[in-house]
Design a protein around this ligand. Structure first.
Ligand code: FES
Length: 165
């Protein structure tokens, strides 16, 4: 019986000497676990938040581009070209006049195209129709298309965003 009580007192002493080490590890492990949970939540939520809150409008880029060469377009035809990272539409009418417009429909943002049979600009998504000057004339588009200036320099056709002076 006496031996048992000595062993018990030793085991109590030993266990008493181990206890301080455990609380020192516990906060570290809790911090590690908490950090990994927060990192996981951020990695799941970030794409959702980026999807729900679109970035500010992208920079429109240069205000002047070469859209085509002289003679590249046949009369009564159109050409889509990139303008500041967005599609734009260059049109050569049957009577030889150039027009340049944004090719982004003002309804829901589809890309419009020139319709030689209609002599108008048409949006295939919801049958929106614009005049050759970009005015919205039928269908759901609520606003006209942005119009650009066309400048002939040498053999090139430049399209320029109108300068506000
Ligand atoms: S997106 Fe062009 S008419 Fe709807």
């Amino acid at each position: 019986m006496r031996i048992d009580s000595q062993e018990n007192s030793r085991s109590l002493q030993n266990s008493g000497s181990r206890e301080p080490a455990e609380p020192a590890r516990r906060p570290f492990l809790e911090l590690l676990l908490g950090s990994s949970i927060v990192a996981s939540l951020i990695s799941y939520l970030y794409p959702v938040i980026r999807y729900l809150i679109p970035p500010a409008q992208a920079e429109l880029g240069p205000d002047l581009v070469v859209a085509a060469k002289i003679g590249e377009l046949r009369p009564n035809s159109g050409k889509i070209f990139p303008f500041g990272g967005r599609p734009a539409l260059l049109i050569l009418t049957a009577d030889g006049k150039y027009h340049a417009l944004s090719a982004i429909c003002t309804h829901l943002g589809c890309t419009v195209q020139y319709r030689p049979d209609l002599h108008e600009v048409w949006c295939p998504c919801h049958n929106g129709v614009y005049s050759i000057d970009g005015a919205n004339i039928s269908g759901p588009p609520p606003h006209p298309l942005e119009a650009f200036d066309v400048i002939v320099k040498g053999n090139d056709l430049y399209v320029q965003r109108p300068q506000n002076t």
